[in-house]
Design a binder for this molecule. Structure first.
Ligand code: SF4
Length: 513
């Protein structure tokens, strides 16, 4: 048994009865939808035509939302329906990033994710889904795809059908008949300033980003004239989480490299201050993650109801192991002064894991083309080295105001070199990443947002100039004063945060539906 939908857009009259029936069936609040009808108009007057597409969850056979959900709130039933359990949802919004079809939303009253669940309770009682029952033209058909004799199977076998974004490999179980291709691929649409009966949000929203930088749609005569609002699930807290994790992981990674270079005696800062910084920024990382949840009080579900295929859960294990390594390192600092290789090398390995696991998490966000970068792992590593070097320079320089010997000239010089090398590496990786094509039109257009679109000013002025080139120049400036190194370290940390913020923003600028 594998339930699926077939929607015949040749029959659909765009009346929204399915939307309303679904809202009524599930008491869905204003502003969010489990199913909706999108209108697109094509052609030039008088040769114009309006096309419709009914959009909703595709009940994918290989559902990325199930894979990424950290608490098994999303699951596949034995009958193939992808259902959800709001009682397990922690509101992390990762499913909204994983679904390539914009099918999930956060219920503004319950603060948990929700989506079409095929009206599973009606199905269990032998009824059709409400949308199918109400459709006046019988444009919606549900049934068992595993039964070759079912009406839906026979139509799929004999008619020309299409699915949304087959290249995503999700194996959707929602088939369309007679749908216009532009309705299934939103990036083909020219951005509009408003819809038939309403304005879009002004300001720095998805539309503004698209219109200003990435809106050069290839099909100029195809216009969205009716759609629902689209969410931008992750914002400043997630970019700050990436930044604080870079500092937390980078500080012990760079400390281990310093120790390996035999500079521990010249850098007493490594004994206790380094693991202390790591633990403080790990706590900040955890705090930011919890603060971003719609259900923060359920955070512990990640441990008690874990989905071990989710990198949110695996990342939690990595961070816990890294915290333990930092505590062991600090314990050595308390007792004997310096951590031996048996302590600092395992800590370094765990630091790399802590810095870079997010690359796998963002890769699980299969809805976002821009985040599917094979270079993200290496970029996160380079950024951790930047952040770690900068944090240690600032920690060492604090001896200017506190009467403690924290860092000698040799270690300070080594850290300056490390900062320059890691900044060059981070910049080089970022540029290769932005220029390479790693999957689809959405990737190129998101990269264009940074390089020449709506985000070009913060990218070139803050990330590249102030956060990259200027700290390199300041560090290489031949002077005995530590001030240029201190300013360089602060700027480098600002650059790391800015890039993550822009990367998060650009990745979500492309519409999913
Ligand atoms: Fe539905 Fe999206 Fe999950 Fe596919 S990935 S099952 S469309 S919510």
């Amino acid at each position: 048994m594998r339930y699926g939908f077939l929607i015949d857009q040749n029959r659909c009259i765009g009346c929204h009865a399915c939307t309303v029936a679904c809202k009524e069936e599930h008491a869905i609040p204003l502003g969010v939808n489990r199913t909706w009808v999108k209108y697109v108009e094509k052609g030039r007057y008088p040769d114009t035509r309006r096309h419709f597409a009914v959009l909703r969850c595709n009940h994918c056979d290989d559902a990325p939302c199930i894979e990424i959900c950290p608490t098994v709130a999303l699951f596949r039933r034995p009958d193939g329906i992808v259902d959800f359990d709001g009682e397990r949802c922690i509101g992390c919004k990762s499913c909204m990033q994983a679904c390539p079809y914009d099918a999930l939303y956060i219920d503004p009253e319950r603060n948990t994710a929700a989506k079409c669940n095929f009206d599973a309770s009606r199905i269990e009682m032998g009824y059709k889904p409400a949308c199918e029952a109400v459709c006046p033209t019988q444009a919606i058909l549900s049934g068992d795809l595993d039964d070759p004799a079912s009406a839906i199977s026979r139509r799929i076998a004999t008619e020309k059908v299409a699915v949304r974004k087959p290249e995503k490999g999700t194996r959707p179980k929602l088939y369309y008949v007679g749908v216009d291709g532009d309705l299934l691929e939103p990036s083909r649409m020219a951005p509009q300033e408003g819809y038939l009966w309403g304005e879009k949000n002004p300001g720095e929203d998805l539309y503004a980003l698209r219109a200003a930088g990435a809106g050069a749609a290839p099909v100029e005569t195809s216009r969205e004239v009716y759609d629902v609002p689209h969410a931008t699930p992750w914002g400043a807290k997630i970019s700050a989480y990436l930044w604080s994790k870079s500092v937390a992981a980078g500080v012990l990674l760079v400390s281990a490299l310093l120790a390996n270079a035999g500079l521990q005696p010249d850098a007493p800062v490594l004994a206790l201050v380094s693991p202390g910084i790591a633990l403080v920024f790990l706590a900040l990382t955890l705090g930011l993650l919890i603060a971003d949840l719609k259900k923060p009080a359920r955070f512990f579900y990640i441990l008690t109801r874990p989905n071990r295929s989710s990198w949110l859960v695996l990342g939690g294990y990595v961070l816990a192991a890294y915290a333990a390594a930092a505590v062991v390192w600090a314990a050595y600092g308390f007792r004997r002064g310096f951590a031996p290789p048996a302590v600092f090398w395992p800590a370094a390995v765990l630091a790399v894991a802590a810095a870079c696991y997010s690359a796998f998490l963002f890769a699980q966000a299969r809805g976002r083309d821009f985040w599917q970068s094979p270079l993200k792992f290496w970029h996160l590593l380079a950024q951790a080295l930047v952040a770690g070097s900068a944090a240690l320079i600032l920690a060492g320089a604090s001896q200017l105001v506190v009467p403690l010997p924290l860092m000698g000239g040799a270690a300070f010089h080594w850290l300056g070199n490390a900062l320059v090398v890691s900044l060059l590496a981070a910049l080089a990786i970022a540029f290769v990443d932005l220029l390479m094509d790693h999957g689809g039109e959405g990737t190129r257009r998101a990269a264009d947002l940074l390089v020449k679109g709506a985000l070009w000013k913060p990218f070139w002025l803050v990330v590249v100039a102030a956060g990259g080139l200027l700290p390199i120049a300041l560090t290489l400036w031949p002077t005995a004063s530590p001030l240029p190194n201190i300013v360089a370290a602060v700027l480098a940390l600002v650059g790391v945060w800015s890039y993550e913020h822009l990367w998060i923003k650009a990745g979500q600028a492309m519409p999913l539906s």
